[in-house]
Structures are given as C-alpha cells and as structure tokens.
Ligand binder design. Structure first.
Ligand SMILES: CC(C)(COP(=O)(O)OP(=O)(O)OC[C@H]1O[C@@H](n2cnc3c(N)ncnc32)[C@H](O)[C@@H]1OP(=O)(O)O)[C@@H](O)C(=O)NCCC(=O)NCCS
Length: 277
C-alpha cells in the first residue's frame, strides 16, 4: 500500500497530493464526506475526477451529466495536454492565491479553475470540429461560473482566474502561460476590427480586477495591468500600465513563479511564437 502510494506520488504528484488532502478533509469535516468521496477518492486518476467535477457542474435539464461526462472523458483521453494544463493550473492557484492552501480546493470549490477546465474541453470540441457542442459548453460555463470564454480562444497552462466573476475572453484572444487575472477582466474587441480582433497576452502577465484589454494588441511577457485600466495600446514586456486609457507607470519585474512547476510536469506552452518576446 505504502509502495503504491509512493509510486503514485512519483508518477503524478499533483493527483497524489489531492488524494491525500481529500482524506484529511473528510477527517476534519465528516459532513463533506460524500462530496469529497464522489469528487476525489472514488476516482483512480486525476482525469477521471476532473471529468466528473466538470460534468456535474455543467449539467442541466437540457443535458444529462452522463453525456457531459463521456465528452469530458473522451477529451481528456484524446488530448493529454488538457490534464497536464489542469494540473499546472492547480499548482498555479496554490502558488499565487493567498486564500488557497491546498491543491484540493480549486478542484472542489474554485470556479475560476473549474471554468478554465470547462473552456479546455470546449476548446477541444471546437478544434475537433464539434462547434455547436463547444458553444453549449461555453454557454453553460458562462451561466454557471460567470466566465464567458469563446472556445476558439487559445489559453496556455498555469492560469489563475481569481474570484472569476464576469470574465470575458473573445474568439481570437491568445493568453500565454502562467497568466493571472482577477475578476471582471475583459479581453475583447474594440468593435472597429474584424477577424483577428482580440488581445494577445504574453507569458507571466498579471491582469488586475476590472481591467479591459481591447483590440488586437500585444501585452508583453511579465507585464502588469493595474486594476480598472482600459488598455488600448501595446504593452511592452516587464512594464506596469495603469489608468484609462492605460499608460506605463513603471517596471513590473520578471518573476515567473510557475517555472519550476513547468519542469516538474513537463508540459508544453502555447504554440504561438509571436508571444516569445
Ligand atoms: C498596478 C499595481 C500592480 C501596483 O503596481 P506598483 O508598481 O506597485 O505601482 P504603484 O502602486 O507604485 O503605482 C504606480 C503609479 O500607478 C498608479 N496606479 C496604481 N494602480 C493604479 C490603478 N489601478 N489605476 C490607476 N492608477 C494606478 C499609482 O497611483 C502610481 O501613480 P503615481 O506614480 O502618479 O503616484 C496595483 O496597483 C494593481 O492594480 N494590482 C491589481 C490588484 C487587483 O486587481 N486586486 C483585486 C483583488 S480582489
């Protein structure tokens, strides 16, 4: 038993830790036993637990949980990058959110994390040509989590969306790795551009609460966008911008807290070379 646990911890440290934390959570609060059991301990793999959690959250009278579960299972089995990115998201939330002290919490309770995973399934559906089903996932994630991400948008790994009310990410937006955003962020169009009309956010960018980034503009790696800003022009790497319209107010530093975790999980970044500033 101890040998199996050690082996799991070596093969899949994130899932091993979640399982361990789940047992401790039940010991601490037996009333959560049913929820924690069905969401975590009942499953052999992280992917199975994730598929269960997403389908349970997105089900409605219109779509049985079983069908959603089968779609999620298929997506996670067909594209292992989805599960790896989800693990990176969990580690990112645990690293960066002071209110998170366990890997278990995003999976069980954090709608920002759950919304990104719903998007990841929708993106898989979109790229495999099942666009109406992708739109169904988009609609349900928007209704349930208040996070409206177009399934065609491209989003990297190690993403944290904290609080996650009222997030909008448009169709041609690109978000790099290790990006954090707070609630009420819009990555939208200006209404003046067609086709490729949404922002391209680099790696390691922090986007403060209520910030609106509009148009097909680049936000350079490791930059920061202050809360409430309206960003209408390109942001160079490693700068802080603030205000309406946003102006450079200082340097941002180049800290990427999730780099170590990238090596641990061996996950790939987005394929968008244009973000490699
Ligand atoms: C931008 C931010 C990261 C601070 O960066 P910083 O380098 O420490 O910046 P400073 O506080 O030194 O401010 C630099 C200048 O920008 C201004 N500024 C900072 N934040 C601003 C904002 N949100 N809107 C407008 N101006 C702002 C400051 O007033 C200061 O102006 P001054 O030089 O004329 O005095 C921080 O203000 C921010 O917005 N973080 C996001 C936090 C968030 O979303 N919280 C929600 C939690 S639920």
């Amino acid at each position: 038993m101890a040998h199996t646990r050690r082996k799991l911890a070596e093969l899949d440290p994130v899932w091993a830790q979640i399982a361990q934390e789940a047992k401790a959570a039940i010991a601490d609060e037996p009333l959560l036993g049913g929820l924690v059991h069905s969401s975590v301990l009942h499953h052999e793999t992280f992917e199975s637990a994730l598929a269960y959690r997403i389908s349970l959250k997105l089900t409605s009278n219109e779509m049985p949980e079983q069908i959603l579960r089968e779609i999620c299972d298929k997506a996670l089995a067909s594209d292992p990058e989805i599960g790896l990115a989800a693990r990176a998201d969990i580690v990112a939330v645990n690293d960066r959110d002071p209110a998170c002290d366990r890997f278990l919490l995003p999976l069980l309770f954090f709608k920002g994390f759950q919304a990104i995973q719903a998007y990841r399934i929708a993106h898989w559906l979109w790229t495999t040509g099942r666009r109406d089903l992708a739109r169904f996932f988009q609609m349900r994630a928007s209704e349930v989590f208040g996070v409206d991400i177009h399934p065609a948008a491209r989003i990297g790994k190690g993403i944290m969306i904290d609080h996650a009310h009222s997030i909008v990410i448009g169709e041609t937006a690109v978000v790099g790795d290790n990006v954090s955003m707070l609630h009420s962020v819009t990555l939208g169009g200006t209404g003046k551009e067609e086709e490729d009309r949404h922002p391209k956010i680099g790696n390691g960018v922090l986007i403060g609460a209520g910030a609106k980034v509009l148009g097909n503009i680049r936000v350079g790696n490791c930059s920061r966008i202050a809360a409430g800003s309206v960003v209408l022009q390109e942001v160079p790497p490693c700068k802080t911008v603030a205000g309406v319209p946003a102006r450079i107010v200082g340097e941002a530093g180049c800290d990427q807290p999730s780099v170590k975790m990238d090596q641990l999980l061996g996950v790939r970044g987005t394929d968008d070379d244009s973000l490699d500033d």
